[in-house]
Design a protein around this ligand. Structure first.
Ligand code: HEM
Length: 517
């Protein structure tokens, strides 16, 4: 009898538990669908009901990382403003971008819930609140100013020279995406640590680093939706993690390597600080700069340095490499553009050396090539999600309540046919025509985003692209090897940085001749 009672009470407890759970979910569903401040916004009911709607499209579809692509049919059906999760509003309207990112006097936070995928909470990119972000960004900005990038251009130029001499020696097939990644990683690691990774010097441009970067991005859809998975896996021994989820092994391998480098500088600074005296030359790396800055001590911890290093290297590597690869691919498919660019560069060269990036920028066609490349490659597919904590945001008849996470997709602006007719055609002359007509097309070149959260590395990326594209076009004729734009470069997955299909073989070329200068 006693055991029956205890069984009954267990069954009753279970029943009560599930009834309470059901009641909770029912109440939540009613709240989200009918009472929530966003209840009247258009969008699929399922998306209003649960964030799993996005998770499904990003993780359970094949190929995965597809929610971004799914936004196109949603907007076609519901219009330019949509509720895409219980808490998030997405807007597709290029003219709204400046309001979205805010300007001076308009505070924008990031949405904490969607800002954990990089697993580096100490980085500038992970700073959710406006104030913390402002502090961290303030310490980085001087290193990335145009003036400072000019000073450091010599180091980029040396690496571009190495790239060219390695290509000259190569003799066989080279995957140019790997070569560009080697270049960008060497540039940014020297910037951060004062010591490059040395990818350009490795055989075939260190394809293991390219693989590591690609695999790292491929893990972001899971990390974005289930950051706890990344955290738990990160705390396990690598062998165990490799069995549980091999996709995350490269993520932590890359982290370990980069953190090791940051730790080296941090420990050396603790032992014998290199703090410069008044009037002495500037700190030699970003990390020395942060450590010498007026940031509070908590912002100078080893963990924060390591997080900052990781994000700078990951953010600065694959993005710029992808733009370089896409530009080269388009030029190689259109020899008239290739020859025209070579001629325009030759016209300003007074010796064998490629002119400084500032001079290259003054060649209208060169500038147009880089702008069009940055537009059409649109490397960052991850949509920025921002929160305006101090103001309601108005979009047409809609009022987005203060504190609501709102997002826009950079590709929606970059491929807006109203602004960039035939947006998927590589047409550098559209920039020249726009300049002649006095149109500010660059207002819509949002590949680096805009506002306070805009890319910190924009000037470095431009310098790398001008110098590398000019050097390659002026120095070599290439032959494409079994290249198919659709298979090898076209973006099919949003893994933070857009990725082509798994079948991609990259941009494979052979140097067919070296230009005498
Ligand atoms: C063509 C190349 C590049 C593109 C298209 C690009 C694009 C972007 C975009 C769209 C963001 C904003 C992301 C967000 O909403 O949170 C961003 C942020 C960032 N980028 Fe870049 N990036 C490029 C190159 C670089 C380089 C070379 C570096 C490093 C030297 C870099 C470092 C960063 C960092 C640290 C952030 C976070 C900034 C912050 O939150 O204040 N990026 N980038």
């Amino acid at each position: 009898m006693a055991s029956l009672l205890s069984q009954l009470s267990f069954a009753t407890t279970l029943l009560l538990f599930f009834t309470a759970l059901l009641a909770y979910f029912l109440t939540l569903a009613i709240y989200r669908l009918y009472l929530h401040p966003l209840a009247h916004f258009p969008g699929p009911r399922l998306a209003a009901l649960t964030p799993l709607y996005q998770t499904h499209h990003d993780i359970l579809t094949t190929p995965n990382a597809q929610f971004t692509a799914h936004l196109t049919p949603l907007h076609a059906h519901y219009g330019p403003i949509l509720r895409i999760s219980p808490d998030e509003i997405h807007i597709r309207d290029s003219t709204f971008f400046d309001t979205f990112v805010g300007g001076p006097g308009h505070v924008r936070d990031k949405w904490a819930k969607a800002n954990r995928a990089n697993g580096s909470p100490g980085s500038v990119a992970s700073a959710t609140g406006h104030e913390v972000h402002r502090l961290r960004r303030g310490a980085l900005n001087p290193f990335f100013s145009k003036g400072n990038v000019d000073v450091l251009e010599g180091s980029i130029r040396t690496k571009v020279r190495t790239l060219c001499s390695k290509l000259e020696e190569s003799g066989g097939v080279v995957e140019m995406g790997t070569a560009f990644t080697a270049l960008t990683l060497d540039v940014i690691t020297e910037y951060c640590f004062g010591q490059e990774l040395g990818c350009l010097e490795e055989e075939d441009f260190a394809p293991r680093w390219k693989r590591l970067m690609v695999q790292l991005f491929e893990s972001t859809p899971v990390a974005k939706h289930f950051p706890i998975v990344a955290q738990v896996l990160g705390s396990l021994p690598r062998g165990v993690m490799g069995v549980l989820n091999p996709d995350f092994v490269p993520f932590f391998e890359a982290k370990d390597l980069i953190q090791g480098q940051a730790k080296g500088i941090w420990l050396a600074e603790q032992k014998s600080p290199t703090k410069s005296k008044e009037g002495e030359e500037k700190p030699k790396t970003i990390f020395h700069g942060i450590l010498h800055s007026t940031l509070p001590p908590a912002e100078k911890s080893l963990q924060r340095m390591a997080d900052e290093a990781f994000v700078l290297i990951v953010a600065g590597g694959e993005t710029t490499a992808r733009v370089g690869t896409v530009i080269l691919a388009h030029l190689l498919q259109n020899s008239a553009l290739y020859q025209r660019l070579r001629q325009d560069i030759a016209n300003v060269m007074s010796g064998p050396e490629i002119p400084p990036s500032r001079m290259l920028e003054d060649i209208p066609f060169m500038k147009a090539i880089v702008q069009e490349g940055i537009r059409i490659s649109a490397p960052v597919t991850n949509r920025p999600i921002l929160v305006a904590p101090e103001e309601e945001i108005r979009y047409k008849k809609w009022v987005i309540p203060r504190g609501t996470p709102m997002s826009m997709t950079l590709q929606d602006v970059l491929f807006d046919p109203e602004i960039f007719p035939e947006p998927h055609t590589f047409d550098p002359d559209r920039w020249i025509r726009a300049a002649e007509e006095g149109k500010r097309l660059d207002r819509y070149l949002v590949s680096f985003s805009k506002g306070s959260r805009m890319c910190v590395g924009t000037n470095v990326a431009y310098a790398e692209l001008y110098l590398s594209v000019a050097a390659l076009v002026s120095s070599f004729d290439f032959e494409l090897v079994d290249f198919d734009m659709k298979r090898d470069l076209e973006v099919t997955r949003d893994t933070f940085v857009g990725m082509p299909s798994k079948e991609s073989k990259g941009l494979r070329v052979k140097v067919s001749s070296v230009v005498e200068r």
